[in-house]
Ligand binder design. Structure first.
Ligand code: CDP
Ligand code: MG
Length: 137
């Protein structure tokens, strides 16, 4: 069993797609073991996206991710990290395969609806950034 951090980004919330994305994860058989709606602060964004902070496009990403409420979740299941990444699809919605979440709903490189941890180390790190142990049910 693996745990992975999922963010339904502000574009997902604004477009009223929370339910459809959650349904796909539930239909696949994953368990949601933590979930909350929240605002990401600039400080939290810098921690979460530490690997991107120096990039030219980071300020724009920070404006986007802090620009409205999002939904943070921990999803658990067999090989959850890889399987969820595969379900989410390529970063740019225009490149993401049609059957993926981004491929179905996004035509943007930035507003791509979902964040999913990209490996075991980042999953552990990101789960700790967004959730206290007491919030995991
Ligand atoms: O989310 P993913 O791991 O697929 O992509 P990333 O390369 O780690 O980038 C993190 C996030 O930054 C993306 O999901 C986009 O929302 C955003 N991004 C952006 O705004 N501009 C770029 N040129 C690349 C990524
Ligand atoms: Mg990434």
């Amino acid at each position: 069993m693996e745990r992975t951090l999922i963010l339904l980004k502000p574009d997902c919330v604004q477009r009223r797609l929370i339910g459809r994305v959650v349904t796909r994860l539930e239909d696949k058989g994953f368990d949601i073991i933590a979930m909350k709606m929240m605002r990401v602060t600039p400080e939290l964004s810098r921690r979460h996206y530490a690997e991107h902070v120096k990039k030219a496009w980071y300020p724009d990403l920070e404006r986007f991710i802090t620009g409205g409420p999002l939904v943070a979740m921990i999803v658990e299941g067999p090989e959850a990290i890889r399987v969820v990444r595969d379900m989410v699809g390529a970063t740019n919605g225009l490149d993401a395969a049609p059957g993926t979440i981004r491929g179905q709903f996004s035509s943007s490189r930035q507003m791509n609806l979902v964040h999913a941890s990209d490996g075991p180390d980042s999953a552990t790190r990101e789960v700790e950034i967004f959730f206290d142990e007491a919030e995991i049910v």
